[in-house]
Ligand binder design. Structure first.
Ligand code: PRX
Length: 662
């Protein structure tokens, strides 16, 4: 392909705005990935250089094949060598007011010691370690200690229940669990160790539990020979641990996420490709400088925390804030006070939080001098223009670009986002703008052909990129089926990296007449509640685990702050009667089986659910019912032969909702 035609054909963005530099980056990354990525990958430290930049056997990609490196070495040792020994790596603050700071040297020392602790407890290269901790530095220390010895970490969000934790431990067959006595939330202490114990009772692979004293709880049950206090192990630990030389394609971590089945998926990320992507994507999107103070408010239990707290900022030798607590506790200006006190310059958060603060009133923000801020970011769900404008105007004082980053657990890092570090395009509130270099996206219709401007279509990715996940843990078949089988290559699509294969994101999107991309929500049965990804199937199977429930359906309903809220419909087994108590019991059951993030906002008892003849719940119908919209023509629904029955069921749902459910 000639240079001019490739620029013209290749660029997916509006000619007018996708500037020359960005365009050039994008073109090079896809037309000459070897040269492009070789140069970018040189920004991290390799013990041995790779033989091949990309080995692409669709849908499996291996990046920097033959390259040898260590993630903890890159995040820590490399910075000590650059003279950043005494630079603060983490300013930590707990909800209760405690503060800690760790320099790169201090963090490095802790990581080395904990790596030796793990080794001493028998953890070897390739073993899995589950980490179930609140947002304390020990969480980062444990992740990097795993990386240092080549163990694979699996961080489980500390808000998850014992059952959810047990499922994740069992799937990964983790040997060691790292947890804490308890955690603070809204001034209360919540026990974690007892939840961990409950999980471990159903997770036999765990041999040792290491417990951090976070909340100073009395009477923490400790099992002799299995449970150890973090502090005591650290006291005796050797100070230095040689970083394990890892292959670029060795897994760095597993992170479980929700999808369309009841079982969470273990997304597996590589070491080399992931780190290169974490390095490059952070630089390109946020243009961070050595004296920036970065604050990403995500939890390390999610991918945002992994890439943009756990790894990315350290790869750039940055100072970051880590806060363990509720955003609005004890007062709605907690975050703004932190920004002012530390002089945060780059602030990355979620639309749900932005909408919540917007509702709480500008005065809480205006009480503080936020003039150090120079760039803002948003992630996790579509940001509505109103929230975008408030964030830009009130928090950013009208002077900070808002970097809306669209991406997923699976993508490892940002994929569609303004690239302030390359060339900032004019922003449009609510649009994530254009893909980063190396990301070849398209929006297609049902036939897999490019959609027209303003036509809603499916967002697909046409080429492998370094940050992409390698597979699903021990389930390559599911990986192929879920992500790579929905769309087949066709001649209307311009594949730059061959052989062609199509990754389906599961998201709706559209381009406007200038090529800007607008994300329009999930196609599948994933609900995004306050940015947390929850599968309806996961909820439904949790409900069905309750002795009273015969059938269950869960759908998302638009919510002004959380983006979406969970609405569930329950058909009871015979012998059970609807009641307020049973409703409460079912809500408590979900909190117990999945965790408080999955708490349904509304729950209705019904006698039947609208289904297709093959027994599938008609989700579109349910969604339309809860949103109060029109049902549309349900006779056109796939496999929907039982229209009359479905109509009846819908009437019943509506009635149940009107009556409040019992
Ligand atoms: O639907 C998209 C939405 O979040 C999904 C990925 O969720 P998760 O794997 O939990 O990762 C969240 C953090 C990266 C996507 O498929 N999503 C994420 N960011 C955005 C978004 N939707 C619109 N705009 C975004 N900026």
């Amino acid at each position: 392909m000639s240079e001019t035609s490739s620029i013209a054909a290749g660029i997916q963005a509006g000619e007018k705005y996708y500037g020359l530099k960005l365009r050039e980056f994008w073109r090079l990354s896809l037309e000459n990935p070897e040269a492009f990525w070789s140069e970018i990958a040189d920004n991290i430290v390799w013990f041995e250089k790779w033989d091949k930049v990309l080995e692409w056997n669709p849908p499996f990609a291996r990046w920097f094949v033959g390259g040898v490196l260590n993630a903890s070495y890159n995040a820590l040792d490399a910075n000590l060598k650059k003279g950043l020994k005494n630079k603060v790596a983490i300013f930590w603050e707990g909800e209760e007011g405690a503060t800690r700071s760790l320099t790169y040297y201090q963090l490095w020392k802790e990581v080395n010691k904990f790596a030796n602790v793990l080794k001493k407890l028998g953890v070897k290269r390739g073993d899995r370690v589950t980490i179930y901790l609140p947002m304390i530095p020990e969480l980062i220390i444990a992740m990097h200690a795993c990386a240092r010895i080549g163990a694979i970490h699996s961080v489980v969000f500390s808000g998850f229940s014992a059952m959810a934790l047990a499922d994740r431990i069992n799937d990964a067959e983790a040997k060691v669990l790292v947890t804490a006595d308890g955690m603070y939330r809204r001034g209360k202490v919540i026990s974690l160790k007892s939840t961990a114990d409950e999980a471990v009772n159903q997770a036999k692979s765990i041999e040792k539990i290491i417990v951090v004293k976070r909340a100073g709880m009395a009477d923490v049950p400790m099992t002799n020979g299995r449970d150890y206090w973090w502090d005591e192990l650290m006291k005796e630990a050797e100070p230095y641990c040689e970083p394990e030389p890892m292959q670029s394609t060795d897994p760095l971590f597993i992170l479980y996420t929700s999808g369309t089945t009841g079982k969470p998926k273990g997304v597996v990320h590589s070491t080399g490709g992931y780190l290169v992507w974490a390095w490059a994507s952070l630089k390109w999107a946020f243009d961070l400088q050595p004296d920036d103070i970065w604050w990403c408010t995500a939890d390390l239990g999610w991918i945002t925390g992994h890439s943009y707290i756990g790894y990315g900022p350290f790869l750039h030798g940055l100072t970051q804030i880590m806060y363990d607590g509720a955003p609005d506790y004890p007062a709605p200006d907690r975050w703004w006070e932190i920004i002012e006190r530390y002089g945060v310059t780059a602030f990355y958060t979620a639309p749900t939080a932005i909408r919540m603060f917007m509702k709480l009133g500008d005065e809480w923000v205006r009480k503080h001098d936020l003039s150090t801020l120079r760039i803002l970011g948003s992630v996790g769900e579509p940001i509505n223009p109103e929230a975008w404008k408030w964030f830009h105007g009130v928090v950013g004082g009208g002077r900070c670009p808002v970097i809306d980053t669209y991406w997923q657990t699976e993508t490892g890092g940002f994929v569609i986002t303004p690239a302030a570090g390359i060339e900032l395009v004019p922003l449009k509130p609510g649009s994530a703008t254009f893909p980063l270099p190396g990301i070849h996206v398209e929006i297609v219709n049902d036939n897999g052909e490019p959609a027209k401007p303003f036509e809603r279509g499916y967002l697909i990715i046409l080429a492998p990129w370094p940050g992409m996940f390698m597979t699903l843990w021990r389930d390559p078949e599911r990986y192929k089926e879920i992500y790579w089988s929905r769309f087949k290559p066709n001649e209307k699509l311009d594949f730059k990296i061959k052989p062609p294969a199509i990754y389906f994101t599961g998201d709706y999107a559209m381009k406007d007449d200038e090529g800007y991309i607008w994300m329009l929500g999930r196609v599948d049965d994933v609900i995004k509640v306050a940015g947390h990804r929850i599968g309806t199937a996961e909820l439904e199977s949790a409900f069905i685990g309750h002795p009273a429930v015969a059938e269950a359906a869960a759908v998302g309903k638009p919510h002004p702050i959380k983006g979406e809220a969970i609405v569930s419909f329950i058909v009871l087994k015979s012998g059970y009667e609807p009641s307020e108590d049973l409703k409460k019991d079912l809500v408590a059951w979900i909190r117990k089986t999945i965790g408080p993030v999955a708490t349904p906002d509304e729950l209705y008892f019904v006698s039947t659910l609208p289904k297709t003849r093959s027994g599938k719940i008609m989700r579109r119908v349910l969604k339309a019912v809860v949103a109060g919209g029109t049902l549309g023509d349900i006779s056109t629904l796939e496999d929907a032969t039982s229209v009359e029955e479905a109509k009846k069921a819908v009437e019943m749902l509506r009635k149940a909702m009107e009556e409040g459910g019992s």
